[in-house]
Design a protein around this ligand. Structure first.
Ligand SMILES: [Zn+2]
Length: 173
């Protein structure tokens, strides 16, 4: 029997969190919506405590092109790409830290597209954190999944999601 078994980490979300992602995705449809998952990573479980919606800067094409130009602008837009406002991201991270919450992941929607990460998603992903993707089909929430980048960055691995009605109180350190 192995002493150190590597269990797949799970991402724990409440139903209310999923509903908030669905609402955000529906509101921004047919653009992709995006946001941050704030919470705690215990080493066995990533517990989402709060969501923070972030504006998809791709909706402002001129500004987005300055920050991160698209490789194929004729095929790419806010409908299939998202870019989080870096200033907003820093503010959310700092405010979270003050309350003992870390950025443990990100979420975004795929308007009329499956909850599988795109090649673009992989190229722009950071390791360790969770990427929740929700399909928004004709403006309504569809399937969702969570993904973590493999250590060699070659692919995304699917991450189990634990959906709960109410979360246990945070563990005291
Ligand atoms: Zn995507």
């Amino acid at each position: 029997m192995e002493l150190f078994i590597k269990y797949p980490m799970a991402l724990q979300l409440t139903r209310a969190h999923l509903e908030a992602i669905a609402d955000h995705g529906a509101r921004d449809y047919p653009s992709e919506c995006c946001g941050v998952l704030l919470g705690n990573d215990t080493g066995l479980l990533k517990q989402v405590r709060e969501l923070a919606a972030i504006r998809n800067l791709r909706q402002d094409q001129a500004l987005a092109e300055e920050l991160l130009p698209l490789a194929q602008p004729e095929l790419e837009s806010e409908r299939n790409r998202f870019l989080m406002d870096p200033g907003e991201l820093r503010r959310i991270e700092a405010e979270g830290r003050r309350r003992g919450l870390d950025i443990i992941g990100y979420y975004h929607s795929h308007p009329d597209h499956s909850a599988q990460p795109s090649e673009y998603d992989r190229e722009h992903a950071w390791p360790w954190v969770s990427y929740v993707i929700m399909k928004i089909e004709a403006g309504r929430a569809g399937d969702y999944a969570s993904w973590v980048l493999a250590e060699d960055r070659s692919r995304f691995e699917s991450e189990p999601i634990d959906v709960v009605d109410v979360q246990a109180a945070p563990e005291s350190a």
